[in-house]
Design a protein around this ligand. Sequence first.
Ligand SMILES: Cc1ncc(COP(=O)(O)O)c(C=O)c1O
Length: 462
Amino acid sequence: METTISIEDKILHGKNAQSIRKILKERTPKSFEIKNKGKKVAQEVIQTVRLPHPVYMESAEGGNMTDVDGNTYIDTTMGFGPIILGHNHPVVREAVDKQLNRGWLFGLPGEAQFELGELLCDASPCAEEVIWANTGTEATMYAMRAARAFTGKSKIGVFDGAYHGAHDYALFYATFEEGTNDKPNGMYVSSGISDVIKNDTLELLPYRNEAAFDLIRKNKDDLAAIILEGSQNSNPRLNNKDFLQGLRDVCTECDVLMIMDEVVTGFRVDYGGIQGYYGIKADMATYGKITGGGFPVGAVAGRKDIMAVFGGRGGDKRIFHGGTFNGNPLSMIAGQAVISHLKENKDTIYPSLMDKGNRLTNEINKFCEENEYPAQILNAGSKFHMKFQRESISNGFDIKGYYGGEHKQAENEFYLHLLGHNVMVPGVRLAFLCDAHTDEDVTTIIESMKASFEAVREDGLF
Ligand SMILES: Cc1ncc(COP(=O)(O)O)c(C=O)c1O
């Protein structure tokens, strides 16, 4: 009689599974020590893989990051996206060094916020004016508030598979756990959020599905805005143009504002962000990440008549906006340095990022297909996300589980092996290439991924 061996047993007795754990443990003693000392932080930032202990970082340069034990990795975290030129880039360091000598927080405004504002408005198709905040979370929160104030309507349309940050209105997710392909259901991803948000303030919409158009039409009297990523983190791709154009048209028809969340896509997929890439103009857009050049930033940009609600020109519609660190000199100066560099070099940087991301994706997808590995990479140029399933993915309804579904443990093993090859992929699995990554780096990532798939298969995990 054939006995089935559980995945846990395969890992426990797997030659490769055990040897990679031993190797990683032996080469990270300082990280182990830090983990045992550090008890006062309730929750650390998301770790890369489920090692017995996390790996702590000490420095980063170009496309690499080095941990406290001196192990250097090809980094695909890129600070969760902001680092587009590479770590410790000289244009940023020079600008920030200069500013540090002059002081780093004044409260009162400095000229740099106007200069970065000009750059953002020049790059972003919808931006006539901009306001500064400190994170993408703040940006989406302010954009929703502004939309409500401007339209006098209460609801915001949000899509399945979206991420818009950590405030209350961003944490009631549209999902397909119990919904249909045409109408997602809702799910809180955090406790402590009032039911008022679920019941009265959000309309859940399906992404890459025209059923969303009719839902917007049906709810137009209550809908202030829809907010969306033009290429989702959970489903990166660059073939959304027809869907986005359809949304643009229906929003115009129904007097519903379109807010493009460009926190990740801004300056990433194209100098003009996802709006520039597709030639589609939203009414408002939110920015963060790259816009601050690696320092904390958030921004809302948009049509002048809507942005008036921030500036006290909105009369009764005026909204509150404030923050100790808004427009702080370091973020403004660093952002200015990076965006100016991107502007000057956009004709080389963006095609090169696109080529590197596409080569990685195409080679791995071909390898997985030929060898029947249950995995595929989805990418929007240099932003990519590996999904552990063979079935093709069009929208969130097709995604089997955020962290690999049935291949969850195999996925974790894969990333352990990849770390063993000194390739760092963040715990959220959304990864990025930067301008400093060389073609050789991309080849190393590809070869390391192939070897990691093989090691996991050898242990019988897929
Ligand atoms: C699309 C999108 N919007 C908003 C946010 C929130 O930005 P932050 O983490 O700076 O608050 C993120 C963060 O990853 C994001 O990916």
